[in-house]
Design a binder for this molecule. Structure first.
Ligand code: IMP
Length: 209
């Protein structure tokens, strides 16, 4: 049996500058006596995501924040994998939204990104397989170099046109299995109860609390 290092109550840095992720991770941590501060609040630099897997990128971000803040750090690397697109955009999910000169959300245009996914699905004709999943890899890193990694998923279908104004990123085109609403139409508490982030977080809680 693997032994995991336990998390003690106290300070923890959320190694993300993404407000949507920080909000969701804060909500997940709330019941556990942890005092989260975000890497953005501490003005920690954002490392370049040079890894080719979700785990590599999550570890890269967690280690950078743990070293910068000298306390335990939690990073999330996540993305959307679409079956008919050979699981793309995958680790490049955020990159698909990058648009030069676009103002707001660090030059990322989520409607353009959702349109890109839809365009590539449409190229395959009306009977294309619209299934996909969100994946979330959470990495915990301690200043002494120890780390833990957990992965979660949620399956669904890509719908078009986008619906809903809640959530962030690709939420308006993702309809989880068993629901008529997209992630951007569901109450945030409902999304938190079933999301890829919640799934990974549940594994982290079982192992480290
Ligand atoms: P990264 O983990 O910073 O590389 O970014 C992953 C990207 O995946 C985010 O910027 C979002 O666009 C997308 N993503 C991850 N989780 C979610 C989610 O819960 N809803 C919608 N989009 C998400």
């Amino acid at each position: 049996m693997t032994t995991h290092r336990k998390l003690s109550p106290g300070k923890l840095v959320i190694a993300s500058h993404n407000q949507g992720k920080v909000r969701e991770i804060r909500a997940l941590l709330e019941p556990f006596g942890i005092e989260p501060i975000s890497a953005g609040d501490l003005n920690l630099p954002e490392p370049e995501e040079t890894g080719t897997t979700f785990a590599e990128n999550a570890l890269l971000k967690a280690r950078a924040s743990a070293a910068g803040a000298n306390c335990v750090a939690l990073a999330d690397d996540s993305g959307l994998c679409v079956t008919a697109l050979d699981n793309r955009p995958g680790v490049y999910t955020a990159d698909w939204a990058e648009r030069q000169w676009f103002e707001g959300d660090k030059g990322r245009d989520w409607y353009m990104a959702m349109g890109k996914v839809e365009g590539k699905l449409a190229e395959q004709g009306p009977d294309v397989n619209r299934s996909g999943y969100f994946i979330c890899t959470l990495a915990l890193a301690w200043p002494d170099g120890h780390s833990e990694v957990f992965e979660g998923r949620v399956s669904g279908n890509l719908i078009w046109p986008p619906r809903g104004t809640l959530g962030f990123g690709y939420d308006p085109v993702f309809q989880p299995i068993g629901f008529d609403q997209t992630f951007a139409e569901l109450d945030p508490a409902q999304k938190h109860a079933m999301s890829h982030r919640a799934d990974a977080f549940q594994k982290l809680v079982t192992a480290c609390f």
